[in-house]
Design a protein around this ligand. Structure first.
Ligand code: FE2
Length: 192
């Protein structure tokens, strides 16, 4: 199959000031486009070419894993955000956050700290296991919790390409700003 890049459900400038139109243009329009093109080129003729992308991520190694995971991660990341986002989660997800982290504020600090503490490029994740327990993980490059048997709920991209145009070296400030655009209804839906 040929993987395609879905159009974002908002305009390039819709996430400002948290993420500029220029960053959305380059990050989703150029970087993500390249990952999907590389994925399609690398997977052709392999045993993986008819699999769902999640299964490719779980099974592939090397450049194919890197491009498959980066392709998936960026769609997951950008489709978490909304110009109407922000606020706080509710429902079962909120109960789980309070149970597993103590409070929403403690969770937010731990999540940003994990992203800031990651040396080099990578991703910080909130995921759940089969029992509904929550975990914050971080990993380099194209890391994805699907490879650890977890279900991803939320991710922040901590590659410099995600924030350097808008925040230069201030990764913590860039990550903090994302709380203003997280659509918690999307994240709650992933938790169910
Ligand atoms: Fe990225």
């Amino acid at each position: 199959m040929t993987y395609t890049q879905p159009a974002l459900p908002y305009d390039e400038n819709a996430l400002e000031p948290a993420i500029s139109a220029q960053t959305v243009h380059y990050h989703y329009g150029k970087h993500e486009k390249a990952y999907i093109e590389n994925l399609n080129r690398l997977i052709r003729g392999t045993e993986y070419e008819d699999l769902e992308l999640e299964d490719v991520i779980k099974m592939a190694k090397g450049p194919l894993f890197n491009n498959a995971s980066q392709a998936w991660n960026h769609i997951f990341y950008f489709f978490t955000f909304s110009p109407d986002g922000g606020g706080e989660p509710g429902g079962e997800l909120r109960k789980a956050i309070d149970r597993d982290f103590g409070s929403f504020d403690v969770f937010k600090k731990a999540f940003v700290d994990a992203g800031v503490g990651l040396f080099g490029s990578g991703w910080v994740w909130l995921s759940r296991d089969n029992e509904g327990r929550l975990f914050i993980t971080q990993g380099p490059n194209a890391a994805n919790p699907l490879t650890e048997g977890l279900t991803p709920l939320l991710t922040f991209d901590v590659w410099e390409h995600a924030y350097y145009l808008d925040y230069q070296n201030l990764r913590a400030k860039a990550l903090e700003a994302l709380w203003n655009i997280v659509d918690w209804k999307v994240v709650e839906g992933r938790y169910q």
